[in-house]
Each structure stands twice: as structure tokens, then as C-alpha cells.
Design a binder for this molecule. Structure first.
Ligand code: HGY
Ligand code: MN
Ligand code: MN
Length: 407
């Protein structure tokens, strides 16, 4: 099959996967839903067609394996999506990996392709949930966390066919791993601006997520004088603008309030509580931590001035550098003038870096659009990604000094 034909097939499969959705008319595929189950089964079938043996691990990842030697190179990306998603964020990487291995037979190592069950964390406000389990960094307390419908992660996982009591079996020991390589849509405008199909990722930005509430006092919108109110939404509004101002204050810092809900939520009731999510990112953890601390101080000031309560809970995923040795091979596979760029988005590679060397290949996307249904890639760029990944597989010799993890 020519690489253009292989790329056409990848795009057709991305279209087919886009039909696996929780919401008719828009693509939303969260962790442990029937839509994800359907997508995992499609992927498992395609893995079998590619000659792999397929298993599902305890967190619900679908994993294809092709034997070839004592050590194993991992490839993959995720199958879950954000709400109202594009069709390439995640599945493109799994499908390019499957296409690329067809062109690289008789390798001196085994290959495994992971379709991770949850990277986006949409359902349980997690980060890298599925690769976290594989890396052995999953906090079991998370099993008790509830989704918006009150379903615990443990119950959702059981219904999905996973095993909350057996998660440690999904963990990969670093000993036999050569590394992990992930292909992903760029999700930004850099490659398009540089006029190139592919880019080699240098590192992945750290990200902090804050779950927070302002808690005031609900009351009658017609009777409580303005001076006596403890309006939670007014506090949140002031804080949202502070988040934007902080994000604008430094070149590479970005800060977003992506969710805001108001209780009880009626036109004639003063808001008693406001629940927000804050997402803050930077390539340097120190800058990121400092930014989150400043936001916490600001939220505390606003809460005090407005006599409302504040709940503040932070989760942090540190910045990660891609492995120099594996990345050099990927750059060779792309070509002499390979563009290198950091990733502002989070990827499973960030979590996998805690157990093995990682490398990432970005594929140009139209207008830098992602986390949006208009996400788009060209067949030529996908063909280039397949070819580069195949060349990369051939360049990864049995582990020598270049590929020894330095830990
Ligand atoms: O939010 C992210 O960076 C990723 O797409 N989950
Ligand atoms: Mn995403
Ligand atoms: Mn992604």
C-alpha cells in the first residue's frame, strides 16, 4: 500500500471513530462510556488486522502487541475526547502507529500500540488517567471520585469491563521498555506558519488544574440590599478577569477558566455558590507554581473582601523533556531540517516519561485549531507522518548506549 493510501485509510478510520460518540451530532467520548467501548472495539479489530495480538488492561486501555525480541517499543495515544471534540486529537496517533508498523517488519524488538482510555480527563477531572496507571503513578483514592452523575470512577471502570482492584497489573515495568513514541496533531499554528508537515517535540509543558468554589449566600434578588449580599458569582467574575490578566502578564504563560457553574442558578436568586475550573500552563514548573500561588492569593483576597468562602484544590502535572536520544532518531527520520518545537498541550508521553524515554512527532493541523470540531489534517501530512514513523522504527536499533534510560 502506498503511504497516501495508508493515510487515506487512517483518515477514514478517524471518521469512523468519530461516529462513536455519547452525543448525536457532536463528538464527545469520555472515559468508560459505551462510546469509548465502541471505539476501543473498532481499534482492537484494526490492531488484529495489523497482525497484533490484542488485550485490554485493567484501566480499559486497548493494547496491540507484535512480538519481535526481548525488549519492547511502545507507540500510541488516546481514544477519549473532550466535549464537542475534533476527530484527530488522540486517535490519529494510534492509527498512524498502526499504519507505520506495517512498513517495518522484522524489527529486533517487540512493538506495542496503546489506545489509552483516558487522557483528557473530561469525566473525572484527572490528568493522564490511563497512562498514569501504566506508569504506576495512579492514586487509588481517585477510584472514589464521582462524575457529574454521581457515578464513582471504580463503578464506571467495572461497568466498562476494567478492574479497579487489579490496576497494578496494568503497570509496565521499565526494565524491558526501549521507549514510547507518540504521534499527535500539533493543536497549534507553528508548523503551518513554518510551512512544514511534521515537527519533533522537545518537551511538554507542565499543567496545573485548580478545582475551586466561591461559597456565598443565596438570597432574594429583589429584597437583599446590594451592600448586604455575599454574591458568589460576582466573586468568580472578578477572579476570572484576574486569571486572564495573569495569563497575559508573561509570554509563555497561559491561564484559562474553562468551566463555571452557578448554584442555585435562577434569574431571581442571588448566586450562593460558583464552581470554577482553572487551567494554567508553562514550560517551566517554577514559573507555573508561582503563577498558581499568585492566583490563590488573589482568590483569597477576593473571597475576604466579599465575605465569601473559598475552596481551592490543585493538581499538578510537571513539565517533561523528551528523551534526547530517541528524539534525535525521530528527527533523523523526519529529515535534516526537522523543525523542533515544545508542546503546550499535555500528552500521554508526559506520563510515560516516568518509566521510559519518550519522543513525540507533531503533524501540522489547519489554522492551529484543536479541541474543536473543525480540527483538520491533510492526507499528505498524515502520509508524511506514517513514513517518518516507519523510518524511526527502523532507526531504533536494539538498545545501545544512546537509548539506555539514564535512571
Ligand atoms: O489539555 C490538554 O493539553 C490535552 O489535550 N489533554
Ligand atoms: Mn486534547
Ligand atoms: Mn490529545
Amino acid at each position: 500500500m502506498s503511504s497516501i493510501d495508508a493515510a487515506e485509510l487512517v483518515l477514514a478510520r478517524c471518521d469512523e471513530l468519530a461516529g462513536c460518540t455519547e452525543e448525536p451530532g457532536r463528538l464527545t467520548r469520555r472515559f468508560a462510556t459505551p462510546a469509548l467501548r465502541e471505539a476501543s472495539e473498532l481499534m482492537a479489530g484494526w490492531m488484529r488486522q495489523a497482525g497484533m495480538t490484542v488485550r485490554r488492561d485493567a484501566i480499559g486501555n486497548v493494547v496491540g502487541r507484535r512480538e519481535g525480541g526481548a525488549r519492547t517499543l511502545l507507540l500510541g495515544s488516546h481514544l477519549d475526547t473532550v466535549p464537542d471534540a475534533g476527530r484527530f486529537d488522540g486517535p490519529l496517533g494510534v492509527l498512524v502507529a498502526l499504519a507505520a508498523i506495517q512498513g517495518a517488519q522484522d524489527l529486533p524488538f517487540a512493538l506495542e500500540v496503546y489506545g489509552f482510555a483516558d487522557e483528557e480527563g473530561t469525566r473525572y477531572a484527572t490528568s493522564y488517567l490511563a497512562s498514569r496507571v501504566v506508569a504506576g503513578r495512579f492514586d487509588l483514592a481517585l477510584l472514589e471520585r464521582l462524575d457529574a452523575d454521581g457515578v464513582s470512577l471504580a463503578d464506571a471502570l467495572r461497568a466498562f469491563g476494567g478492574d479497579p482492584d487489579g490496576l497494578s497489573a496494568a503497570r509496565r515495568a521499565p526494565d524491558d521498555l526501549i521507549g514510547y513514541c507518540e504521534v499527535h496533531i500539533e493543536q497549534g499554528p507553528v508548523l503551518e506558519a513554518r510551512g512544514t508537515s511534521l515537527g519533533v517535540v522537545t518537551g511538554i509543558a507542565g499543567q496545573s488544574g485548580v478545582a475551586m468554589d466561591f461559597v456565598g449566600a443565596a438570597g432574594h434578588a429583589g429584597t437583599v440590599p446590594m451592600a448586604l449580599r455575599r454574591d458568589a458569582l460576582a466573586a468568580a467574575a472578578e477572579f476570572v478577569l484576574a486569571v486572564e490578566e495573569l495569563g497575559r502578564s508573561s509570554d509563555q504563560l497561559v491561564a484559562t477558566v474553562g468551566k463555571l457553574s452557578v448554584q442555585p442558578g435562577a434569574h431571581n436568586v442571588i448566586p450562593g455558590a460558583a464552581t470554577l475550573s482553572v487551567d494554567v500552563r508553562h514550560l517551566e514548573d517554577a514559573v507555573l507554581m508561582d503563577a498558581v500561588e499568585r492566583l490563590h492569593e488573589r482568590a483569597t483576597e477576593i473571597a475576604q473582601a466579599r465575605r465569601v468562602g473559598l475552596r481551592w484544590q490543585v493538581r499538578h502535572a510537571p513539565a517533561v523533556a523528551c528523551d534526547p536520544g530517541l528524539t534525535e532518531l525521530l528527527a533523523q527520520a523526519v529529515g535534516a531540517d526537522a523543525v523542533r518545537l515544545p508542546s503546550g498541550a499535555g500528552h500521554d508521553a508526559a506520563m510515560m516519561a516516568s518509566i521510559c524515554p519518550v519522543a513525540m512527532l507533531f503533524v501540522r493541523c489547519a489554522d492551529g485549531i484543536s479541541h474543536h470540531p473543525d480540527e483538520s489534517v491533510s492526507v499528505e501530512d498524515v502520509a508524511a507522518a506514517i513514513d517518518a514513523t516507519t523510518r524511526f522504527l527502523r532507526l531504533v536499533a536494539p538498545p545501545g548506549p544512546l537509548l539506555q534510560p539514564d535512571r
